[in-house]
Ligand binder design. Structure first.
Ligand code: PMV
Length: 335
């Protein structure tokens, strides 16, 4: 698109995008060498119907500088401007943007708010700048753009199960067998933001954990097993490989120097509460770079899993597979 014909230069153009958070079943932990934020391992996730992020980007010729408000308050502009600068370079425009974001995810609590955040911001900026429209096939440059913000963000561009390939760093959907109807029950197990960002945690782990090479080496087999389980509709195989990938990642973290422990007392309380359901193969658990526990279960078991978690968790929410990042209106909001 030529810079002269780009509408962002002659009037205000805007786009609003909603994106759901995604939870990794086979985990991404570790970065490839270089500056492009490419992963050292692939990953496979489930994008949820809620919570998530709604972001409106308006390129406005009257603005002297970018602005960013998150949940009605001024917020750190730097990562937003970095992404907008890339979009402006691709679109051949110089127009500054007003960015507003509404997050229904507890920000930076290890619930992957950065993934839905960068997916919503990236796609909204992309469309507002005229680089693409709703319904276009996923553009590889958009995938790279949001990945540079957050390694797990490309997965929130897609709905349902999504896989990031370690060789290409591209993302593709994984089609589930028709009978595989799952829910993820999220137990919030502690308050406050996490103490170590995933970026810093990954670097520490790669530098100091003796288990890191084994983590990287054993990872592709988990990814293959999870893809096969989803394709075959094998809930048990999927739950088991998710649990295995999770525990390997946390073992690798714990063996760092100093140790990296994202779990809180409430994390163990939630795991304990699920022991009977796990024994019956009805609930499998995963944790990320934070204290919260997410339990994968069949749709018919979501109420039982939530009931088991409620006495020990700060809050429990039941989520199901959600759509790809998509256009919405600012007033529609996110649940
Ligand atoms: O997207 P990041 O850089 O916040 O990393 C996410 C890492 C984990 O949540 C721990 C695992 C994953 O694959 O989402």
């Amino acid at each position: 698109m030529s810079s002269v014909s780009n509408p962002a230069q002659v009037g205000t153009v805007e786009a609003t995008i909603a994106a759901g958070i995604n939870i990794a079943l086979v985990k991404y932990w570790g970065k490839a060498p270089g500056t492009d934020n490419r992963p050292a391992v692939g990953s496979l996730s489930l994008t949820l119907d809620a919570p998530g992020t709604v972001t409106r980007v308006a390129f406005d010729p009257a603005l002297a500088a970018d602005t960013f408000r998150l949940n009605e308050a001024e917020a750190d502009l730097r990562p937003v401007t970095r992404l907008l600068d890339e979009v402006r370079a691709l679109a051949g425009i110089a127009t500054r943007a007003r960015v507003e974001s509404r997050n229904t995810v507890p920000t930076a609590a290890g619930l992957a708010s950065s993934a839905s955040g960068f997916a919503a911001l990236g796609l909204a900026a992309w469309q507002a700048a005229g680089l693409g429209r709703a319904g276009d096939p996923l553009d590889r440059r958009l995938v790279d753009l949001v990945r540079r913000g957050s390694g797990s963000a490309p997965r929130s561009l897609l709905g349902g199960f999504a896989c990031i390939d370690v060789e290409t760093a591209g993302v593709h959907p994984v089609t589930a067998a028709p009978g595989l109807e799952v829910s993820l029950v999220v137990a919030l197990c502690a308050d406050g933001p996490k103490s170590v960002s995933s970026r810093d945690g990954m670097a520490l782990c790669a530098e100091t954990s003796p288990y890191y090479p084994a983590w990287v080496e054993s990872h592709p087999a988990d990814l293959r097993a999870a893809e096969a389980a989803i394709g075959a509709g094998d809930f048990t195989a999927l739950g088991e490989v998710m649990e295995h990938s999770t525990m390997k990642m946390h073992a690798c973290m714990l063996a760092s120097r100093p140790p990296l422990r994202y779990w809180a007392a409430g994390t163990l309380a939630a795991l304990e509460a699920l022991v009977p359901l796990r024994r019956d193969g009805r609930a499998y658990t995963t944790m990320d770079a934070g204290p919260h526990v997410k339990a994968l279960c069949r749709r018919e078991d979501e109420a039982a899993v939530a009931d088991a978690l409620r006495p020990v968790a700060r809050a429990v929410l039941i989520a199901r597979p959600g759509p790809a990042a998509h256009a919405t209106t600012w007033d529609a909001g996110a649940r």
